[in-house]
Write a protein that binds this ligand. Sequence first.
Ligand code: NAD
Length: 241
Amino acid sequence: MTGISLDGKIAAITGGASGIGLEAAQALVEAGAIVHLFDRDEEALKTACDEIGATPVAVDLFDYAAVDAAVADIVARHGRFDILYANAGAYVGGKVWEGDASNWDMMLNLNINATFRSVRAVLPAMMAQGSGDVILTSSIAGAVPVVAEPIYTASKHAVQAFVHTVRRQVAPSGVRVAAVLPGPVHTPLLKDWDPERLRKEIDAGALMEPRDVAEAVLFMLTRRKGVIVRDLVILPHSFDI
Ligand code: NAD
């Protein structure tokens, strides 16, 4: 299979202490990358990094100055920045006239503003070196409207709009910007799902494991220069959307 090696690549993964981010981190370490995990859950971060051999960066992604400083520190130490997997995100589902609408703000701010700011933080170094990969964890909800989750769907549609525009802004510099769009994955994020829906999906075998998404991300990152997998939709085969 044609592809590039990740040996010695300098990488960072946001939301790396749990779920999809943690599994992707493990896959990148196995592929030879030097991986930094950005997460605000310091305890989970330490356990994860000890386990897989990554470097912990305890940071709240809403603290934009701290994120900028952490990126600058990595560039100063390694002289480059090759991969950002902007993965951290939150979930709110349900009917818009029910529940606590103040939960929307945190989710929208994390899935949109903080994610976009983390991407912005790494672009200058990547553009200066003439290469780099930025992958965002979007969702199937970024490709089709999922009626059970209007606000989450809106946040991931924003991610798609960002990816498709920024990709073209930076393409001439050699930097690739892309999105992976998973269907339901068995991670702690689903704790906010309607329990009945979760039970139904588990019983139907309609949930993927984080490793499935990690392998998709690895595939995207190892395409040869000059090619981009711009959007990779990965679903449980029985998922009915
Ligand atoms: P998860 O809850 O297992 O992990 C999220 C991680 O992000 C946690 O470690 C958490 O501490 C960290 N985090 C949250 N807010 C943060 C902040 N402000 N600063 C720093 N770190 C923060 O979630 P997951 O299921 O692995 O989701 C990862 C991504 O995948 C999200 O963008 C989510 O929208 C997307 N996604 C998930 C599913 C799914 O079914 N699980 C499906 C499609 C897309």
